[in-house]
Design a protein. Structure first.
Lengths: 272, 174
């Protein structure tokens, strides 16, 4: 008696909320358990609309994609969120950077775990992007009509490396600064433009990274490269749709098909 | 003097509602794909993958601290070996054998340009494994080569880029 009365109240409140103007202004459709609502939610939700309404069952298989592209994007989101948290406490100045990291590690609530997540997610992203690329190659999914999206993917791979590399300097510890010194010294060896590139990277004529370098790498790391990556990702995801969705498992080879047809024909002839 | 404009057929605005590609009409023999709704079939997989990654990342981040070495000081003697981040250790290994212009600049540029140009170089239309033996062999050799030099640079090189064994404990910095 009391439980049915309670359910009655819950039902009434649910109905009242769902028929309120506020709810209906946010959700233009019912719960997606009918084909119509399953379509409407995909088309009407900005976060979902990069997906199509339906996908090929074969191409969606976890054992086909290994979720590697999605995991790379998810790690990018994790890195953005943890990175913004770190920006609240980090000042990209030679005199303060190292101390800020020590403070984040020891004195800030959730500072250590956030920095750890940022670091490990960055390494994981390099791995997941590389594996994604390798997976796409073996499935031949870079072939027409998806050539251009592969090129966009190569650019995103480079951006991932550059994002990780620019972040390496920011703690201003021994290994970070020396790694960036080794890396930026490479620029010196580029034909013709080498010297200029080195000056641009270091922010001066010094042989070692300086405060100028720190602010350059910081700006590249937190603003320039993520923005470029976000734009390239938008193109990358858009092009998946425009190029006909995921490629799906490769079809059998022509020779295999012919062989199969030949053997079945032969078998038919024999049994006849 | 301005006259009030009346909508007429001459002023009618047209909107493009859809462009139907020719192949969409003519390819009637194309079979209907075996497809499923993204909600819930794909979204549940994406959600579970995200949850799994979050849990993994949280556990690893609770267990292992991100490294932080001593503060950089230009007056301190540099360490015996300055290793780049692990994903560049393959290139650093190549620097041991080849001049910097080749290993540090030209080769990475060539590799990236080559990767980007791959779909335009490989004009074999088939995606089937058995039709792509050459490209698969070449790409596998390329991947194995980079993995090997990266592992060597990471685990087998120590002070002065001398050969060390992994159990001698001169690793790379994460």
């Amino acid at each position: 008696m009391s439980s049915s009365a309670k359910r009655g109240v819950v039902d009434q409140v649910t109905t009242a909320v769902k028929s309120s103007q506020i709810w209906r202004s946010i959700f233009r459709h019912g719960y997606p358990d009918t084909p119509l609502n399953q379509s409407l939610i995909m088309m009407g939700n900005v976060f979902l609309h990069l997906h199509p309404v339906k996908v090929s069952r074969q191409a969606m298989r976890v054992t086909y994609t290994w979720c590697l592209g999605g995991i790379s994007f998810f790690l990018f989101l994790v890195l953005t969120i943890t990175g913004v948290f770190l920006m609240f406490y980090y000042v990209p100045a030679e005199s303060q950077a190292y101390g800020n990291i020590q403070t984040i590690q020891s004195a800030i609530a959730f500072g250590a775990i956030t920095r750890n997540m940022h670091r490990w997610a960055a390494h994981l992203m390099v791995i997941s992007v590389s594996l994604h690329m390798i997976r796409v190659f073996y499935h031949g999914a870079y072939k027409p009509p998806r050539e251009f999206n592969w090129v966009v993917g190569v650019v995103l791979f480079l951006l991932t490396l550059l994002l990780s590399f620019t972040g390496y300097l920011l703690p201003w510890d021994q290994i970070g600064v020396l790694a960036i010194q080794v890396g930026s010294n490479m620029a010196n060896y580029a034909p013709v433009i080498g010297d200029a590139v080195h000056r641009v990277l270091i922010g001066g004529i010094d042989q070692y990274p300086t405060g100028n370098t720190l602010i350059r790498f910081y700006t590249l790391h937190v603003l320039f490269l993520p923005l470029v990556a976000a734009v390239m990702m938008a193109v990358h995801f858009w092009r998946i749709r425009k190029d006909g969705g995921e490629a799906g498992p490769p079809p059998p080879a022509r020779s295999d098909v012919e062989m199969h047809e030949a053997t079945t024909t032969a078998r038919e002839l024999v049994t006849r | 003097m301005a006259t009030t404009t009346t909508p007429s057929s001459a002023q009618k605005r047209y909107r493009t509602l859809a462009v139907v590609k020719q192949e969409a009409i003519t390819r009637v023999e194309k079979q209907l794909e075996d497809s499923v709704f993204v909600w819930p079939h794909l979204l549940i997989r994406e959600f579970l993958a995200a949850v799994l990654m979050s849990v993994m990342l949280t556990v690893v981040s609770l267990a292992i601290n991100a490294p932080l070495e001593v503060r950089f000081n230009i007056n301190f003697p540099p360490p015996a070996v300055a290793k780049a981040p692990w994903y560049f250790l393959g290139l650093q290994e190549l620097l041991h054998y080849f001049p910097p212009t080749l290993a540090g600049v030209l080769l990475p540029t060539f590799v990236l340009a080559g990767l980007a140009a791959l779909p335009y170089i490989d004009n074999n239309p088939s995606r089937a494994f058995n039709d792509r033996k050459l490209s698969i062999t070449l790409f596998t050799m390329f991947v194995v080569f980079f993995v090997v030099i990266t592992v060597v640079g990471s685990f087998f090189r120590g002070s002065g880029w001398q050969w060390f064994w992994p159990w001698q404990g001169e690793f790379f910095n994460l």
